[in-house]
Write a protein that binds this ligand. Structure first.
Ligand code: 8YV
Length: 324
């Protein structure tokens, strides 16, 4: 871990933390910056006073940094996101004001892909239900109902970026038949390309979502796609809750239009609809795709490095594609 150093001698650079920062990230910032912790939400008058001096924003993958906030910060230079996703940041407005946006790609690929496979197995083999079966001693009355086989099944991946490729690599080890959809076919992968989520769903047993959030993918997985996935199909979401029409998903699960779902992300986190929580054929995790000690440390270090490099006038490690 490289320590963050203050930009200039004298006064510390002032930074607005727009979310409760990870304990792996916060101390690195506090040792080098004057951190205003969510001041924009807690104290309007104090925020108004500090705003002209704030030169940096620290955020997490699920933070919101809308145009209305960026526009209140005339000295803002950099928004450092501790997360690969930055769909909550208005990058167009940031760019138009000369503000650079950075994120933390690659270091979390393995963990997110691992969780995708874990949710696939957990849903198909009903691991949480099986665990309860043993604990509640229902086994004494007889064997648990049979589950679904994953090895050799058809795996459709929505989004074939870095994490999509890591998921495909793992699915290949389960002898799965892999296909994908993305904005366009990729020359560097051997898997079959289908042009739309619905076309992919129709040929998938597992439909795994790992596409960026934001306007371009909002509610991309709708009733039509779920109908195409079919009554034996399993939906896995390790992307963003916004990618799925959650109401349509709940309806499809309740009516048996699809067979099950493994979900790490939701439309209105951390609130998860009661109807979803009540269903036995759904496996739920609380947005923990990148949630291991080592990976979150690597993400925190990278996010802090980008801030340090910026204020040292050096090239950034991982600006978002729009800012390269
Ligand atoms: C976490 C994520 O939400 O990387 C992302 O885009 O969604 C996650 O890893 C978060 O950013 C951790 O701070």
């Amino acid at each position: 871990m490289s320590p963050v150093t203050p930009a200039a001698a004298g006064a510390r650079v002032e930074l607005l933390a727009v979310a409760k920062l990870s304990p792996l990230f916060a101390p690195q910032l506090e040792s080098a910056f004057h951190v205003h912790q969510q001041l924009h939400e807690s104290d309007a008058a104090a925020f108004k006073q500090a705003a002209p001096r704030i030169r940096a924003i620290a955020a997490s993958g699920d933070s919101r940094v809308p145009a209305s906030l960026i526009e209140q910060l005339p000295a803002l230079e950099i928004i450092s996101v501790m997360g690969v996703g930055y769909d909550g940041v208005d990058v167009a407005v940031a760019k138009s004001r000369g503000v650079v946006v950075t994120h933390t790609p690659d270091v979390l690929n393995d963990d997110v892909a691992d969780l995708a496979l874990a949710l696939m197995l957990a849903t198909a083999r009903q691991i949480p239900a099986a665990d309860r079966y043993v604990r509640e001693e229902r086994w004494l009355a007889g064997a648990m109902p049979l589950a679904r086989k994953m090895s050799g099944a058809r795996c459709g991946i929505v989004g074939m970026g870095r994490i999509g490729k890591a998921i495909a690599k793992r699915a290949a080890a389960f002898d799965m038949d892999i296909a994908y959809t993305a904005r366009s076919a990729k020359a560097d992968v051997p898997y079959r390309y289908l042009p739309t989520p619905a076309a992919l769903a129709a040929e998938s047993d597992f439909l795994v979502l790992i596409t960026p959030g934001g306007a371009a993918t909002r509610k991309m997985i709708n009733a039509e796609v779920l109908a195409a996935l079919g009554q034996k199909g399993i939906l896995i979401n390790v992307a963003r809750g916004s990618v799925v029409d959650e109401e349509a998903l709940i309806d499809a699960l309740e009516r048996g239009v699809i067979g099950g779902a493994g979900l790490d992300v939701f439309e209105d986190e951390p609130r998860v609809p009661a109807r979803l929580r009540a269903m036995p054929h759904v496996v739920l995790t609380p947005h923990v795709g990148s949630g291991t000690q080592g990976t979150r440390q690597a993400m925190a270090d990278l996010a802090a490095d980008n801030l340090r490099l910026h204020f040292a006038g050096q090239p950034l490690k991982t600006p978002v594609p729009e800012c390269r």
